[in-house]
Design a protein around this ligand. Sequence first.
Ligand code: SAM
Length: 234
Amino acid sequence: HLSKRLETVAGYLIKDSSFADIGSDHAYLPCYAVIKRLAKTAIAGEITEGPFQSAKNQVIKNELSASIEVRKGDGLEVIEPNEVDCITIAGMGGGLISKILDDGKEKLEGVSRLILQPNIHADFVRMWLMENEWELISEQIIEEDDKIYEILVAERGEVNKPYINKNIDAAILTGPFLMEEKNDVFKKKWSLECEHWKKIVQQLNAAAATREKRVKQKELERKIQLIEEVLDNE
Ligand code: SAM
């Protein structure tokens, strides 16, 4: 049984394709995808020895060695250009996901879809996609075990398309598709985030004023306003 989070990621794989799962840990996603025939073959990439061994064991246990290769290395260094159609990177911060994509840009040749699941800082990922000519084509926000996750899917295309007629700052922060759909999970995530920011603003107000604190406070107030506009706007 796979988590709803990784099942959602797997649901975006291109059928009969090959994909690389970077930071695969136990290789649960590649095993599930190949068993369910959501993909034909997979490469599981891992930088850390422990998870690398877990991934290898999982593939052997499931008798999937003919269709899944486990490779040890940093980010996209484990793949060659034109080797896979899709790349999945899940369960890391948006900063790390963007760095992995950026460091491995030349390996993205031949890749037609990216499926990314940042635990935090999805806005970093949206920015990276926009700056590197990947068009966001779909987004999901889901809740599982009291945690909220976002899944971002991108293909090469017109980077500005999802942002047309939207407040760009709000759309980068919260997601152009997610802010339009504005489902209950989205509302929950951003109301909690706003409450949290408001508390920080109060603390900053109470503390002795320094330039640095004022800058931080202004930035938070700007984000609170952006979010409140998105949430209020029916
Ligand atoms: N993708 C799985 C998931 O979503 O459940 C595992 C997520 S786990 C929290 C993050 C994994 O990424 C760890 O096993 C870690 O070793 C690996 N990782 C971190 N940085 C990496 C990098 N630069 N290249 C490859 N793997 C990396």
